[in-house]
Design a protein. Structure first.
Length: 150
């Protein structure tokens, strides 16, 4: 399974448009090679340099396994969103401290459709997917917020 984006390359720089200090919209994501026995997909976007509870940018689950593209600034039809680190149920673009951070998007093919409420947390999503992950794909990008000299 593969997760790619036409908006940035794996381990490349994420354009400011997709950051919190830009337009704060999700980049387009392309999905390929989903296992035939997948019942759904789940996506976690986070910043692993921060603590587990403070790094969530985007959580999505119950994405149809037939999904080939998640267009920029959209949520796939039927997908459910979880809570980001600001306590909101939406995409939260990269917003790091004054150093370059890596953001990873992990896509999971699952053998089930998850019974999770809208607004569930990353930990709840991870518990729900335990034992149900068939395959995983990762796309990572870097973002560095510009802080002008005082």
């Amino acid at each position: 399974m593969q997760l790619t984006s036409k908006d940035f390359h794996d381990h490349g720089d994420i354009p400011q448009k997709y950051a919190y200090d830009g337009d704060n919209i999700n980049p387009s994501l392309e999905i390929s090679g989903v296992p035939k026995n997948a019942q759904s997909l789940a996506l976690i976007m986070d910043d692993p340099s921060l603590t587990e509870e403070n790094c969530v940018s985007w959580l999505l689950w119950n994405i149809s396994p037939d999904t080939k593209v998640i267009e920029k600034n959209t949520v796939p039809k039927g997908a459910v969103q979880g809570m980001n680190c600001q306590g909101k149920i939406e995409y939260l673009g990269p917003a790091p401290t004054p150093q370059k951070h890596i953001y990873r998007l992990r896509l999971y093919a699952l053998d089930t459709i998850l019974d999770l409420r809208t607004g569930a947390t990353k930990n709840e999503l991870k518990r729900a997917t335990a034992g149900h992950i068939i395959e995983k794909a990762v796309l990572a990008g870097f973002y560095e917020k510009y802080y002008p000299d005082p």
